[in-house]
Design a protein around this ligand. Structure first.
Ligand SMILES: C[S@@+](CC[C@H](N)C(=O)[O-])C[C@H]1O[C@@H](n2cnc3c(N)ncnc32)[C@H](O)[C@@H]1O
Length: 238
């Protein structure tokens, strides 16, 4: 398979956006949890790293934050532009490269469901630390490693929780099948990477989906309220 087609968000940007806007995982679990962890963001300069189609950008802006969004996918950024309008600060940038911002440019960086695409978190976290003002926060959501581990044990019949390893999955969206590739890493590898990059861990969270999801998607609600699919962190740049 053509390696450039792996994680090709451009190929399913519209379908992913529709799913993420309405589905329980994002609309009733990930985004409410990130927004609750962020708290009062009025007047804060926030970098939405891996902003996708910009649903968090929109919610943060509505709460008075001054938001900049970056993403590697031009297709996802087109969706974000449609949602957010011409004056939104949106840029193409790869989190595996130096960030196109000066030191101390932001009060918060939010990286929701993007770090698990990266093999090496070190350079990316150091860049996030650099663009944060002292005392600023990095707020993260990633695939929960126990959920990934369980899925991979069922698929491969072998257990290797403590390893950092790539795993793949096919997503079918809007009639397209996309090949997705992620990195599993154990919790200690995440916390070690955060502290090595100069962050202090303030919160590790395994939140519940919001109550409205119970009626919308009873099975999804039951699943998420008993087995978390994402793990959340609030980190401080001291
Ligand atoms: C699961 S979506 C999450 C989008 C958004 N953060 C949200 O919560 O709705 C992952 C996003 O990360 C982006 N992404 C993946 N790898 C990236 C990288 N190396 N640099 C920047 N963006 C990346 C994808 O293009 C996609 O838009």
């Amino acid at each position: 398979m053509d390696a450039s087609r792996v994680n090709d968000y451009d190929s399913f940007a519209e379908a992913y956006t529709a799913e993420s806007d309405a589905g329980i995982q994002n609309a009733y679990y990930e985004r409410p949890a990130i927004l609750a962890l962020a708290g009062d963001v009025a007047g804060r300069r926030i970098l939405d790293a891996g902003c996708g189609a910009g649903p968090l950008f929109a919610a943060l802006r509505e709460r008075g934050a001054i938001v900049t969004g970056i993403d590697a996918s031009t297709g996802m950024l087109e969706e974000a532009r449609r949602r957010l309008g011409d004056d939104a600060d949106l840029r193409v940038a790869d989190l595996g490269s130096p960030l196109p911002f000066p030191d101390d440019a932001f009060d918060d960086v939010i990286a929701s469901l993007v770090l698990h695409y990266l093999e090496d978190w070190g350079p990316t976290l150091r860049e996030m630390r650099r663009v944060l003002t002292p005392g600023g926060r990095l707020i993260v959501a990633v695939d929960h490693p126990f959920a990934i581990q369980l899925m991979n044990i069922l698929a491969e019949r072998k257990s290797r929780y403590l390893a950092t390893y790539p795993w793949t999955e096919e997503w079918t969206m809007g009639g397209q099948t996309a090949h997705m590739s992620f990195w599993h890493r154990p919790v200690h590898a995440m916390t070690d990477a955060f502290t090595a990059a100069g962050f202090r861990i303030s919160v590790i969270s395994e939140p519940q989906p919001v109550p409205e999801a119970r009626e919308l998607d009873p099975e999804g609600f039951r699943m998420l309220s008993t087995n978390p699919s994402f793990l959340f962190f609030v980190l401080h740049a001291d």
